[in-house]
Design a protein around this ligand. Structure first.
Ligand code: C2O
Length: 580
């Protein structure tokens, strides 16, 4: 079945436990993977349906490489629909052709076609994810992307017994395409998922899913690394393990100053590596609960359920424990309440870059440009002859600086690179809100909530240090938006509730050890300021990683022009690059 069984083998090993940790620091090499995008019948919650997968796996195969490796993933599309794959958080230095977002950097891979994504993994180490970047396909097409470091881990003198990917997702009993189509047709909120999953398994709190439960065996006294990934479509999640604390050591493939916490908040697109020590005395079940539940600020209907998995201590006389029912004595313990914004805020504020000699924090101290943009939901008047099912018979949309992003029909990168005369996009994205107002304090219904539709993006020259202030609004409702930037990491230099104030807030920025990430959870009813150096020529998508908001247009993109120096320009497109 598989052209190369490399990826298949990796998958089998990694989902059980990644053994043999801190692998040998082999010299950079090229790693090949074959991804077949194909349907596979999968059953969860007693619903069997054809699920879109890579190589029939759900979650998809783990891509594991070493820092410095070249990676070649041949993606063959075996379905009668378009697809693309995105390597979320990989910098793609000069290789923007391999980034993956449909109509931004490439046209889709059509049914029956293949495209080989070729890129190098430079100066990043830790956990990322890959996922489909076409429509809502990432609902089931996702997996872990692990980058082993070349140097020993900086955070632990204690040996790590095993590394375990913990990937959160969402399961729909029905067809996800239909959910997307319906919300796009009527401008309504999407139907929420039927379950959250841990490594593709919902756990016993859902109907008919006892046997679909993830169990991780641990040995008492040993330390483990959990590589936690939020691949859910539309929900930020809290995660905790009963009776055990988590020591955060890395987020978005960047080391952090280690800190210990009872729970984490992880937004879609974010990753968090934590260490746990199996230092508890279990009861007769030998088990402790791991659980993830949404952190929700929205007023829209959402999936308010909890997915659980188990830590199972070895040699506790319960080796045959296979189909767990929820043991009475176990509690969710450390898990915050769904609306615990105070916890989410406290957690985010604890994150700091390691900022050591070996792993410096290269935050731009001075900036060349500041862009202030609202991130908001909108309510559009219903077009004539259409039915709208959003609030008040209107349709929902979403925007940045009131621009609701419309996907062009040809990829922006190709149009830009080939200098095509195109009306596919324009480079006049507003650099501040057109009308300043009390973003987080307005009476939304008194405001004009219509957005403009278009494909407006930004252009910057190579090397520009740019600050982007992401300003939440209370249009419709305040909500925590995870904003993801492609092709660059950024530093979260400041954040807060209410409105950003240029006279007041920049003076308080952290320019010493701010967290470096690729996705920032902008506080609900607040703002976040991020800084990055635009040192990667190409076209880069910026968007909310809640898929419903991307569908509604909460996105834009920026072009980074070629520099004049050696290695400051985008490489030419590969020969098999999919054209529109
Ligand atoms: Cu994880 Cu543009 O995506």
């Amino acid at each position: 079945m598989l052209g190369l069984c490399n990826s298949h083998r990796l998958f089998v090993v990694t989902l059980v436990v990644l053994a043999g940790i801190q692998p040998s620091y082999s010299s950079p090499t090229t790693r090949y993977f074959q991804f077949n995008v194909e349907w596979k019948k999968v059953t969860r919650l007693c619903h069997t349906k054809p699920l879109l997968t890579v190589n029939g796996e759900y979650p998809g195969p783990t891509v594991a490489v070493h820092e410095g490796d070249n990676v070649e993933v041949k993606v063959t599309n075996r379905i009668a629909k378009n697809t693309t794959i995105h390597w979320h958080g990989i910098r793609q230095l000069r290789s923007g052709w391999a980034d993956g977002p449909a109509y931004i950097t490439q046209c889709p891979i059509r049914g029956g076609q293949s495209y080989t994504y070729v890129f190098s993994v430079i100066d990043q180490r830790g956990t990322l994810l890959w996922h489909a970047h076409y429509g809502w396909q990432r609902a089931s097409v996702y997996g872990a992307f692990i980058i082993y470091p070349r140097m020993p881990y900086p955070f632990s003198a204690v040996p790590i017994k095993a590394e375990v990917p913990i990937i959160f997702g969402e399961w729909w009993n029905g067809d996800v395409d239909a959910v997307e189509n319906e919300m796009m047709l009527y401008g309504s909120g999407p139907n929420s998922s039927d379950a959250y999953t841990i490594n593709g398994l919902p756990g016993p709190l859902y109907p008919c899913s006892n046997k679909d439960t993830f169990i991780q065996t641990v040995e008492r006294g040993k330390t483990y690394m959990l590589r936690i990934i939020n691949a859910a479509l539309n929900d930020e999640l809290f995660f905790a393990i009963a009776n055990h604390t988590l020591t955060v050591v890395e987020v978005d493939a960047i080391y952090t100053k280690p800190f210990t916490t009872t729970a984490i908040m992880v937004a879609p697109g974010q990753t968090t590596d934590v260490l746990i020590t199996a230092n508890q005395i279990p009861d007769s079940s030998g088990m402790f609960l791991m659980a993830a539940t949404p952190y929700v600020t929205a007023i829209f209907p959402f999936n308010n359920s909890t997915t659980i998995a188990f830590l199972k201590y070895k040699n506790t006389g319960n080796e045959k424990f296979e189909a767990p029912t929820l043991p009475r004595s176990l509690t969710l313990g450390n898990l915050p309440e769904m609306r615990d914004t105070a916890f989410a805020t406290k957690f985010s504020k604890k994150l700091r870059s390691l900022a050591s000699l070996e792993y410096p924090c290269n935050v731009p101290k001075k900036i060349d440009k500041r862009v202030i943009t609202t991130i908001s939901l909108n309510l559009q008047d219903c077009p004539a002859n259409k039915t709208c099912k959003g609030y008040g018979d209107k349709r929902f949309s979403a925007s940045m600086n009131n621009q609701s992003f419309v996907r062009p029909s040809k990829s922006i990168l190709e149009s830009y690179y080939k200098n095509l005369a195109t009306d596919a996009y324009s480079t006049d994205f507003p650099e501040k809100p057109r009308n300043a107002f009390d973003y987080t304090g307005v009476d939304p219904l008194a405001e004009n909530m219509n957005a403009e539709f278009g494909t407006r993006i930004l252009v910057v020259s190579y090397g520009t240090s740019i600050e982007i202030v992401l300003q939440g609004t209370s249009f419709l409702n305040v909500e925590n938006h995870p904003i993801h930037v492609h092709g660059h990491n950024f530093f979260i230099v400041g954040s807060g509730f209410g409105n950003f104030n240029v006279a007041k807030h920049p003076a308080k920025y952290n320019l010493v050890d701010p967290p470096e990430r690729n996705t920032v959870a902008v506080p609900a009813g607040g703002w976040a300021a991020i800084r990055l150096k635009a040192d990667n020529p190409g076209v880069w998508f910026i968007h909310c990683h809640l898929e419903e908001h991307t569908s509604w247009g909460l996105s834009t993109a920026f072009i980074v022009k070629n520099g004049h120096g050696h290695s400051q320009s985008l490489l030419p497109p590969p020969e098999d690059f999919p054209l529109c």
